[in-house]
Design a protein around this ligand. Structure first.
Ligand code: SF4
Length: 236
């Protein structure tokens, strides 16, 4: 039921916060984050379970159902130059998000973080500046038929503004990530390996090995700057 869109283009929102982008090619840039609630996957290492795991978290406490008008007012209350749509899985609410993006100034740079299981609409493709596509590997403990939608990933691979960002813990994961990137024909220059970590300590312990695994394959390395800076503390 929660995966059904709300009426009147309202959105299920987890949080809005301003920070620096922690991952991917725009890391370090100041951004406004719009974290949408609800996800269609259940990754074991998910660090935002409060957006979807309502057996552990309270939907009433964690999720706001907001009209586009109310959301726009919050977003535009402060200067907005760079917006990151994340989640959860934001494309579950793609229709409402497109309506939102169409009402933002055209100069706003829009990044979308997606797990790559849902196809983007033509409207979103025309407006989104950069896609960060992060399909899940075996280390997510999600069954393959749920986490990998190859036809969707192939569509993203063809875009010049889509980056493949894969969470890896070590050699085996890097091998799996590499096979996936190659099978999709994703240009290595737009593939990033990112360490699996949920704390500053774990990130520090894994970063150099993952950077080397990436470099050996001609991929880039993405850190998780928010862990270095905030050590996994939740944004408010
Ligand atoms: S796809 Fe992302 S938000 Fe959804 S469960 Fe996996 S890590 Fe969490």
């Amino acid at each position: 039921v929660l995966q059904l869109p709300l009426a009147n283009n309202s959105v299920r929102l987890s949080e809005i916060f301003r920070s620096v982008q922690g991952e991917g090619p725009q890391a370090g840039r100041p951004c406004t984050f719009l974290r949408l609630a609800i996800c269609n996957l259940r990754c074991s290492y998910c660090d935002t379970k409060y957006t979807w795991d309502f057996s552990r978290y309270s939907y009433e406490a964690e999720v706001r159902e907001l009209t586009l008008e109310a959301l726009l007012a919050e977003l535009l209350a402060e200067p907005l130059a760079h917006l990151v749509l994340t989640g959860g899985e934001p494309l579950l609410q793609g229709q409402a998000l497109l309506a939102l993006l169409q009402r933002l100034p055209k100069e706003v740079f829009v990044e979308v973080e997606t797990n790559g299981t849902l196809p983007p609409t033509a409207g979103l493709l025309a407006r989104v500046s950069q896609w960060n596509v992060s399909p899940k590997l075996e280390n997510s403990h999600e069954p393959e038929h749920r986490r990998l939608k190859r036809e969707v990933l192939a569509q993203f691979a063809d875009l010049g503004n889509a980056w493949l960002k894969l969470v890896v813990g070590g050699e085996e994961d890097a091998k799996e990530a590499s096979e996936l990137a190659l099978s999709l024909g994703w240009p290595p220059s737009r593939v990033l390996l990112m360490p699996e970590a949920s704390s500053r300590k774990e990130l520090a312990a894994r970063s150099s090995a993952v950077a080397q695994l990436a470099a050996r394959r001609g991929f880039g390395f993405s850190s998780r700057l928010h862990l270095t800076l905030f050590d996994g503390a939740r944004a408010t």
